[in-house]
Design a protein around this ligand. Sequence first.
Ligand SMILES: [Zn+2]
Length: 321
Amino acid sequence: MKPDEVAVGIVLAAFAATLAIGAFGDENTGTTKAGLRSWSSKEIPRAEGVLRVMAIVAHPDDADFRMGCLAVKLARQGARVRFVSVCNGNMGHQAMMPPELAARRKREAEEAGKRYGIERYDVLDNSDCSLMPDYERRVEIVKIIREFQPDFIVTHRTCDYHADHRAVGQLVQDAGYLLGVPHWIPEAPVQRKRPVILFATDTFSQPRLLRPDVMVDVEPYLEQWCEGVNCHVSQVYEWLPWDSGYQAELAKVKESKEARNAYLIRHWAGRKKNDAKRFAAVWRERYPDVPVPKYVEVFEVSDYGRTPSADDLARFAGLLK
Ligand SMILES: [Zn+2]
């Protein structure tokens, strides 16, 4: 095992220990389901200012599906959260023409961001299905990151079915080192503390399955998450049902919040439910006193950002302020 691998192993083992003693309780009560004491913002003063978390993903809905509930949780705690969609979403419809669709999806994304309570939801003007991890995009991404100076960045892995997802994952990993090179793009000052980069969950197995370094119980945030996802009308009620062939089912979705949320959770929180099942054994081993949640959001630490401490990852998971 290389030294870096040992270091990561130690960090993750320490992280598991941290969660086992400090997690899963109501954020305000100071107790956990397991009866153990939890972290509290009054007890653990922040030394580095307000937490900053940035999702940099391919399309205007990718961040919503992958970390929307965690974004709600962190925003409620006062963190600064931004979503960045590198593509404008202009190909995601069976009928609407690209320019009109791009404008519509920008509005949908901005409205969703308001429902999550996050600071900004930016949609860059790169066409869908043609994104390349080229020099121009690399500069664009590095400038965006340096401007916000995030503690954590969430992105895609580079093994993914969609070429745009792979390109964004490549761009963010390329940025990981370049963020700290002062003479490269000097007009955008470097951030002295590099961000931790995490991959949002996926189910791809080539070359290997995602490693669940961070698992967050997100059930308490699902209702507010639905309010945001519901804003992506062009996707969750038009394009994606058409693409997957279940439009007929939508006829049963009444114009009530309950029916709408039931549909959104059934179809679009399915990944969170599946992850809770497929990583249940990991959860039980890591947190034997805490029941396996029904819905989780899962992340893997990238080698190309800052190596996180146990406290870093607990802060990312909204367990330590
Ligand atoms: Zn996408």
